[in-house]
Design a protein around this ligand. Structure first.
Ligand SMILES: O=C(O)C1=C[C@@H](OP(=O)(O)O)[C@@H](O)[C@H](O)C1
Ligand SMILES: C=C(OP(=O)(O)O)C(=O)O
Length: 406
């Protein structure tokens, strides 16, 4: 389904409740499978959380996680330690192009038995569950933090825990810290010092505990963009958020100051207000927050602020090659943009073409990042339901704000 998105008003006053973080949810679902005394609240209603739940509950021999990177990586580790069970873990055609060799090699070095069904280094995987015999492994940390989180999540169940040595510049580090923080919350002892992470085994039972997932900060980014592109004084309240978030994308509150968005924290929510203070140019290193790169690039284009975004080396192996996708789609709109394999540069073009149809490449964030431009000119989003990967209610919430979505 292709959607035409437009709005006659660029002044907003609204409150939106956003679904739970998919990153927190998928970690907690795995921990709950290992430690059933845990209860989770405000679970994400995203497709990625749905396939994670189904995968964990499945008794089938083939488990298909579609497009969900976290489910692919976390379930690889999970099934590797499910003794006397053999599973083929597969996904969408794009998932079969997303590398997983670093995680498979680390698990096999620890004693797991995982082989490739099609191409070496890529899903689908055949996983024969075993007791892992070793407790120390070194792995590259500059490709995806999800490999590291996957290993950390199963670590408290291993006899001697786990010691990971991280090689190279660590990417997406807040996601590793989120994993460790959630382990600590359920009573697991962890230490992260320089490039070594230790997780100690659980010696006693995990006590019954309710963990509440904070709403998704990456989803909040689209409202940061809407407010940035709206009239001064526009205000959108988002719930449920907290100031001390486990999600790295909460850096939005700081980053969007330069795009004229002020954030105030209330008890359970954040209030975004448009203020007339925009930077003359923007330079961000997004190594810690890759998922908001598309939102920021599109906001800068909408505001005609030149920007240089670096630390984007992981974007090429996500739902699509996000750097090429941004370049192609922003160019259609009239942008002056160039990309390398780890950076994006946008210059002022003073052009904004109307009624452009944006291709989304099976990437939820392409659809959601471009939608706010409707404030400036009507835009068409192709294959709009792709948003359900992380935020199924996105279009309904946009309508509640006053956007026309046809
Ligand atoms: O652990 C997680 O929940 C995630 C880690 C990040 O991936 P990389 O570490 O591969 O950059 C991020 O892009 C993804 O959306 C979610
Ligand atoms: C990269 C993402 O997800 P994943 O890697 O879990 O598929 C994302 O949600 O932007």
């Amino acid at each position: 389904m292709n959607c035409k998105v437009s709005t006659s008003d660029s002044f907003f006053k609204a409150a939106i409740n956003i679904t739970g973080s998919k990153s927190e949810t998928n970690r907690l679902l795995l921990l709950q499978a290992l430690f059933p005394s845990l209860t989770i609240e405000n679970i994400s209603n995203s497709d990625d959380a749905g396939v994670m739940q189904k995968g964990l509950a499945s008794n089938e021999t083939v488990v298909d996680i579609h497009h969900a990177g976290t489910a692919m990586r976390f379930l690889t580790a999970y099934f590797a330690v499910q003794e006397e069970r053999e599973v083929v873990l597969t996904g969408s055609s794009r998932m079969k192009e997303r590398p997983i060799k670093i995680l498979v090699e680390a698990l096999n070095q620890l004693g797991a038995q995982i082989t490739y069904e099609e191409n070496e280094g890529y899903p689908p995987l055949r996983i024969s569950g075993k007791q892992l015999t070793k407790d120390k492994v070194t792995l590259p940390a500059d490709v995806s933090s999800q490999y590291i989180s996957a290993l950390l999540l199963i670590a408290p169940k291993l006899k001697n825990g786990l010691e990971l040595t991280l090689d190279g510049k660590i990417t997406s580090i807040p996601y590793i810290q989120m994993t460790l923080a959630l382990l600590e919350e359920i009573g697991v002892k962890t230490v992260f010092k320089e490039n070594v992470i230790k997780v100690f085994p659980i010696t006693e039972e995990v006590l019954p505990k309710t963990l509440t997932v904070e709403s998704d900060w990456s989803s909040a980014s689209y409202y940061y963009s809407i407010v940035a592109l709206s009239k001064t004084g526009s205000q959108i309240e988002l719930s449920s958020y907290k100031e001390n978030s486990l999600q790295g994308d909460s850096a939005l509150a700081t980053l969007y100051k330069q795009m004229g968005v002020d954030t105030t924290y209330k008890k359970n929510s954040i209030v975004l207000t448009k203020v007339p203070h925009e930077a003359a140019s923007i330079e961000f290193d997004l190594t810690k927050t890759p998922d908001i790169a598309q939102t920021i690039a599109v906001t800068c284009f909408g505001l005609q602020i030149p920007c240089a975004l670096s630390g984007l080396h992981t974007l090429k192996i996500k739902e699509t090659d996000r750097l090429e996708a941004l370049k192609t789609e922003l160019t259609k709109l009239g942008a002056s943009i160039s990309v390398t394999d780890k950076a994006l540069f946008l210059e002022v073009s003073n052009t904004l073409n109307s009624h452009v149809a944006i291709d989304t490449y099976n990437d939820h964030r392409m659809a959601m990042a471009f939608a706010p431009l409707a404030i400036k000119t009507p835009i068409i989003i192709n294959d709009a339901m792709v948003v359900s990967k992380s935020y199924p209610d996105f279009w309904e919430d946009l309508k509640a704000l006053g956007f026309e979505v046809l």
